[in-house]
Design a binder for this molecule. Structure first.
Ligand code: HEM
Ligand code: HEM
Length: 170
């Protein structure tokens, strides 16, 4: 069948929902930081960020253990290369965005909780690194958003060309 394995398809959509929630939480909690101490939102943002990091590892194992469906014949070699590069970039960012959040929290002297379970301080508190780690998380997050948009443009292009690509992942 010309579909990704059920495990990959399920994780794809679960992670999409989680990323959307993390993104909205991130943007909202920053807005309310000065006035309303939204620390519960911070906790949920960080815990769910760690959860997606675990899910991406599961997703990579699932890719290794299952057969990735070949692209249909109408996909040219150059289109194949572009699609593959976007997928690799998405994987890279799905890994380094949450790691950058973890580093930023530790460098600011904050623990990361995984839904109540306190995770170890993996990086030392260092006020000199606060600015750079915050910028790193910010720019990586928005780069992720940019690559995600490329992914969606690809899907829309197939749709305009009347090529059914969504059924590969649904
Ligand atoms: C998994 C994907 C993640 C995404 C897409 C994401 C996205 C975001 C976004 C959009 C913001 C707001 C940035 C701004 O507008 O200035 C933010 C802030 C933040 N994120 Fe993440 N984040 C993720 C994971 C994590 C993780 C795993 C942690 C920590 C363990 C974390 C910790 C933080 C903290 C502490 C802030 C607030 C920074 C501040 O108060 O200046 N994030 N994140
Ligand atoms: C956070 C958001 C998203 C990320 C990180 C993401 C990432 C990926 C990745 C890495 C793949 C390759 C299969 C895999 O290894 O899982 C994939 C496939 C696919 N995604 Fe997404 N995706 C996202 C959201 C979406 C959305 C919203 C749509 C639809 C509107 C979509 C449509 C597709 C389709 C059609 C495929 C199959 C493409 C092919 O077979 O070459 N994705 N996605």
């Amino acid at each position: 069948m010309n579909k990704y394995h059920g495990v990959i398809r399920t994780i794809h959509w679960v992670m999409f929902i989680l990323f959307a929630a993390i993104f909205v939480l991130g943007a909202v909690m920053i807005e309310f930081k000065e006035c309303c101490e939204p620390w519960n939102m911070y906790g949920l943002h960080k815990s769910t960020g760690v959860l997606v990091l675990l899910l991406v590892l599961l997703r990579i194992i699932a890719r290794k253990k299952t057969t990735i469906p070949l692209h249909p014949d109408y996909v040219t070699p150059i289109q194949h290369k572009i699609a593959q590069s976007v997928v690799y970039l998405l994987y890279l960012l799905m890994i380094i965005v949450p790691i950058s959040g973890y580093i930023m929290s530790n460098v600011h002297g904050h623990h990361v909780d995984f839904y109540g379970l306190q995770l170890p301080m993996l990086f030392p508190e260092n006020p000199e690194w606060e600015g750079i780690t915050s910028s790193m998380h910010y720019y990586l997050t928005y780069s992720f958003l940019g690559v995600f948009l490329l992914h969606i443009i690809g899907v829309i292009k197939h749709h305009i060309d009347n090529k059914d690509i969504l059924s590969r992942i649904t």
